[in-house]
Design a protein around this ligand. Structure first.
Ligand SMILES: NC(=O)c1ccc[n+]([C@@H]2O[C@H](COP(=O)([O-])OP(=O)(O)OC[C@H]3O[C@@H](n4cnc5c(N)ncnc54)[C@H](OP(=O)(O)O)[C@@H]3O)[C@@H](O)[C@H]2O)c1
Length: 254
């Protein structure tokens, strides 16, 4: 039975590409995403066509019990979850304080922080019984810097970061490696940034900044880093890192 790499938030960008990478390395990739069934099937088919094992589920991480039920099912029917990639974003758009309703603020927190707490609550104890596991948590600049229009996003992602630190404090010594990964810039991700910008603007951005310019972060290259993190020797675990293109200024410089 292959170990499982469970991806929560598996689009064609970071989530699905990291799943593919782990499948190539001998994991059964279990890909979960909210709504795009066609995209999910495509990712699963690509992994299988490449000789890997993959299963896809539609799952809305903010709905009660969805994560908990899925973890139980995967452990019972597919295999032991050795790696969790927690990848869903919590972007609720650029909103002034007046435009940020209580409901919107809470939604950001549900996606960024509570959903991570829920997956950790079910996966960490399982990993603990096996004495090993990796949880790689994708995050964003908003986790380390607040900004006008980012009241919900920054508070929620800051919470994600602190939760990773607290989880590490409890679980690292038990063999569970948790890394908080700040994605500090734009990713060549059609299902998130691509949808936010619309096809025309996204293509313009890819042509002016991405492709051979390497100014958009490439999901395949991010996936290399995720796999490396999983393989790190426990005497030198990375607990937090940031990734950005060579041509972007770091978050603390602008
Ligand atoms: N893209 C960027 O430029 C960028 C920049 C900075 C940080 N990040 C971080 O990168 C991560 C996302 O990676 P990505 O942009 O490359 O996207 P991706 O992996 O291509 O896609 C993420 C997927 O998450 C799914 N998702 C959203 N809300 C969900 C929910 N409530 N339950 C389950 N699944 C949900 C969506 O599925 P459906 O499509 O099926 O709805 C989406 O396709 C986030 O943590 C984000 O903060 C991205």
């Amino acid at each position: 039975m292959k170990p499982v790499c469970l991806v929560i938030g598996a689009g064609a960008g970071i989530g699905g590409t990291v799943g593919k990478r782990f499948a190539k390395e001998g994991f059964h990739a279990v890909l979960c995403r909210r709504s795009n069934e066609e995209g999910l099937k495509k990712l699963v088919a690509e992994i299988r066509d490449d000789g890997g094992d993959a299963t896809g589920f539609l799952l809305n991480a903010v709905k009660e019990d969805t994560i908990e039920e899925r973890v139980k099912q995967v452990e019972a029917e597919i295999g032991p979850i050795e790696v969790v990639i927690f990848n869903l974003g919590a972007q609720v758009g650029n909103r002034s304080l007046e435009e940020t309703t209580y409901k919107i603020f809470e939604l950001g927190w549900r996606m960024a922080t509570l959903a991570l707490f829920r997956i950790a609550s079910v996966a960490c104890p399982l990993m603990e019984t096996r004495g090993k596991g990796t949880m790689l948590v994708t995050s964003s600049t908003a986790a380390v810097r607040g900004n006008a229009g980012q009241h919900s996003h920054a508070a929620a992602m800051g919470g994600r970061r602190m939760l990773c630190q607290s989880l590490n404090a409890q679980y690292a010594s038990k063999g569970i490696h948790i890394a908080h990964i700040v994605i500090d810039g734009s990713v060549d991700a059609p299902d998130t940034l691509g949808k936010m910008l619309g096809p025309e603007k996204f293509q313009q951005l890819r042509e002016s900044k991405g492709m051979e310019h390497d100014g958009l972060m490439l999901p395949e290259k991010i996936a290399d880093t995720y796999f490396h993190l999983h393989q790190q020797h426990r005497s030198v675990w990375t607990h937090e890192l940031d990734l950005r293109s060579f041509s972007d200024l770091a978050w603390w410089n602008h």
